[in-house]
Design a protein. Structure first.
Length: 377
């Protein structure tokens, strides 16, 4: 099996800094100045670990340096061919590498990044004339991952690769490549755009599907959820409230001028402590608090991701401190019914920690209403 590999080494660096994305040199510079560090190498290592011995039975073709070759060498693998790229790499290098690798007759193109990287891969394959004939698989490593071309998490990508290596490519399906305007996001506007479709190996339990934009419940439902949850908030506890319209309803009820797409820190009595905070700010705040933090999150419609998509400001350290009792999931019933695979998922970047949340979690679905919902990798 011949697999092409393209890695965006800057993918996801803007997430912990609360930048809503990592597209462009300016975002990377801002994230680095905020002490954010790339997480792609760790996510690729998790993917290769899950793939196991199957990775050694593959002929790998990749871009040079941090765009692929370094990840292969870190996993003890060699490349059959290497595409030269610039350093530091740019979006144009992703497009060029994808085009060249596609021309080498790959069976699959594996890439690591977010929606911006998926767009660049799409452009590269379009230039190569192989749209619709070369399957792809994305290792989720970005901030915006609304596209349907990604595995649930790096471990799922490795498991799927191992299946494909053992059984060969089976049925593929069209998968959306979506992206959001990052400048609009930073001003609180959600402006999604469909850029095209790529072929994805059909594996519903291992791939995340696309984001559903029609399953966020009515305003009355969201307010009922908010009112019920607010009644149980402890006045002197710390609450880290993630992005989304459901959590925004809670902030509005508390009279807090929060952010629709960021993470806000509030005290249980409604005092705003930090607006649109970075990972460092949240960890410093939680570290000074006498009691464990509460995480108030809502899953992404369709995909079911509670953590790891657009809320990377909440780190594994914060998730560990909150524990199961401090993780609060708010979701209208129709959002739960829309979930791809019917389960909630957590992708904090620490697979061992994420696995501790497997099983069932209570989800607040209305005023003093909860349902137990499955959580799975």
């Amino acid at each position: 099996m011949k697999i092409g590999l393209v890695v965006n080494p800057w993918a996801g660096i803007g997430g912990p800094a609360g930048l809503k994305g990592s597209d462009g040199e300016a975002s990377v510079r801002t994230a680095l100045a905020a002490s954010s560090t790339p997480q792609v190498a760790a996510r690729m290592a998790a993917m290769f670990a899950a793939c196991g011995g199957g990775a050694h039975a593959v002929s790998w073709y990749t871009a040079d340096g941090d765009m692929g070759l370094c990840a292969l060498h870190a996993a003890g693998l060699q490349a059959s061919a290497v595409v030269p790229v610039a350093s530091p790499s740019q979006a144009a290098d992703t497009r060029r590498a994808s085009r060249i690798l596609a021309g080498m007759g790959m069976d699959l193109l594996l890439f690591a990044g977010g929606d911006g990287t998926a767009r660049d891969v799409l452009d590269g394959l379009r230039d190569a004339g192989v749209i619709g004939s070369l399957p792809v698989l994305g290792v989720p490593a970005g901030v915006k991952m609304q596209s349907a071309v990604f595995a649930n998490h790096p471990t799922a990508a490795g498991l799927l690769l191992r299946q494909l290596q053992q059984n060969g490519l089976a049925v593929c399906s069209d998968a959306e490549v979506m992206d959001l305007d990052e400048d609009a996001l930073r001003h609180g506007r959600i402006e999604p755009r469909l850029y095209g479709y790529l072929q994805l190996p059909l594996a519903p339990s291992l791939t995340q599907g696309g984001k559903s934009r029609h399953a966020s419940g009515s305003g009355a439902q969201r307010m009922a959820i908010a009112r019920g949850f607010a009644e149980g908030m402890a006045a002197h506890s710390l609450y880290l409230v993630g992005p989304g319209t459901t959590t925004q309803a809670l902030l509005s009820l508390l009279g807090v001028d929060g952010t629709l797409l960021g993470v806000d820190a509030v005290q249980g009595d409604g005092t705003l402590l930090a607006r649109d905070a970075s990972r460092r700010e949240l960890e410093d705040l939680a570290g000074d608090w006498q009691s464990p933090p509460h995480l108030v999150l809502s899953p992404i419609g369709g995909q079911g991701l509670v953590l790891g998509r657009g809320n990377q400001q909440i780190s594994p350290r914060l998730l560990r401190a909150a524990g199961r009792r401090g993780l609060h999931v708010l979701a209208p019933p129709d959002k739960l019914m829309s979930l791809h695979g019917g389960v909630l998922r957590i992708d904090s970047g620490d697979a061992e920690l994420d696995a501790q949340f497997n099983g069932y979690l209570p989800v607040t679905t209305g005023y003093r209403e909860q349902t137990m919902w499955p959580v799975s990798v």
